[in-house]
Write a protein that binds this ligand. Structure first.
Ligand code: PEP
Ligand code: MN
Length: 346
């Protein structure tokens, strides 16, 4: 259900509060012309009160039976904040999971180039027990002369790869005009870094019945990323995975600067799973493993990495793709760090 206003107040119910007591608070908010957004938690139920801040301040909510605390939500992002939903969100697609104790290991080609290249990569990553298969059908390219992806044909190939491996598909939606083609096929809809603040597109996926993988824009702040996620959530879709993929800085030795600090901050600020893309951040294959390990160590809920049977022939992002022949070793190293943190591959 789409949310029309921003939750302004947090009503924390006591651990022993009854459903009747929760309902009474909701009824009182209703009566005052406000509304409620209820999050049942492990420890306690939290009610987000939506309405004019001044009006909410006049309601004697603290005096209601079962209410433990009433706090203003000061952050500009509300639905995605940890304040409103303290328990971590787990995203699920076709029985595979990302978040909490589940480390989402997403792997596959940058771009679907041919049927053989895609199926070979899908088989190689599936054999290592990854969580989901990635692959671009519609590609955002810096140059209009570069390969733009196979489009609908790529979506057919991806479905074949899914049928064979059982892996859920992660693929990018670039334009609201592609919703009909991409959304029914994707198990997780990727919103690319360049589209992080394409607000019409965010609203589209907010209305879709599929999880969303939202990548941080190369020049976007952490707060802007969370506000972009809020655009999706307010349309009713809270199945969002955030992705740190490197930002633009003065540094030239890596393609982007991987901001691992943002992962630690995001884990603090939001209940949504946070994953890392070491491939696009590094831009070179030899750095992908150390960055992937670091991502797991900092507490990321997963990674998304690119792999190709012969990267030297890749039509896109060849220098950073891990040869499928080396993928097994790569996966084992990453898995070790994730397990060290008490996580299992989702
Ligand atoms: C990708 O994942 O293929 C991609 C284009 O990434 P980004 O949007 O982060 O550049
Ligand atoms: Mn790529």
């Amino acid at each position: 259900m789409a949310i029309t206003g921003a939750p302004e107040l947090l009503i924390v119910m006591g651990a022993s509060a009854t459903q009747d007591q929760v309902d009474e608070v909701i009824a009182r908010l209703d009566e005052a012309g406000c509304s409620a957004f209820v999050t049942p938690g492990r420890e306690a139920t939290v009610i987000g009160a939506i309405g004019e801040r001044e009006l909410l301040a006049t309601l004697p909510l603290e005096g209601f039976a079962g209410v433990e605390q009433v706090l203003p939500i000061l952050k500009p992002y509300k639905l995605v904040s940890r304040e409103l939903s303290p328990d971590p969100t787990v995203i699920e697609a076709r029985g595979r999971r990302i978040g909490d104790g589940y480390f989402g290991f997403i792997a596959g080609p940058c771009t679907v180039e041919t049927r053989d290249q895609t199926l070979e990569t899908a088989r190689a990553v599936a054999a290592e027990g990854v969580t989901m298969l990635r692959g671009g059908a519609f590609k955002p390219r810096t140059s209009p002369y570069a390969f733009q992806g196979l489009g609908d044909e790529a979506l057919e190939i991806l479905q074949e790869a899914r049928a064979e491996t059982g892996l859920p598909l992660v693929t990018e939606l670039m334009d609201p005009r592609h919703v009909e083609a991409v959304v029914p096929v994707a198990d997780v809809i990727q919103i690319g870094a360049r589209n992080m603040q394409n607000f019409m597109l965010l609203a589209e996926v907010g209305r879709a019945d599929k999880p969303v993988l939202l990548k941080r824009g190369p020049s976007a702040s952490v707060e802007e990323l969370l506000m972009a996620a809020e655009y999706v959530a307010r349309e009713g879709n809270e199945r969002i995975v955030l992705c740190e993929r490197g930002i633009k800085t003065f540094e030239r030795t890596t393609r982007y600067t991987l901001d691992l600090g943002s992962v630690a901050v995001l884990k603090h600020e939001t209940h949504l799973p946070v994953i890392v893309d070491p491939s696009h951040a590094a831009g070179r294959r030899d750095l992908v493993l150390p960055l992937a390990r670091a991502a797991a160590a900092v507490g990321a809920d997963g990674i998304i990495v690119e792999s190709h049977p012969s990267p030297e022939e890749a039509l896109c992002d060849g220098p950073q793709q891990i040869p499928t022949a080396e993928f097994g070793e790569f996966a084992r190293e990453v898995r070790q760090v994730a397990e060290l943190l008490g996580k299992q591959i989702g």
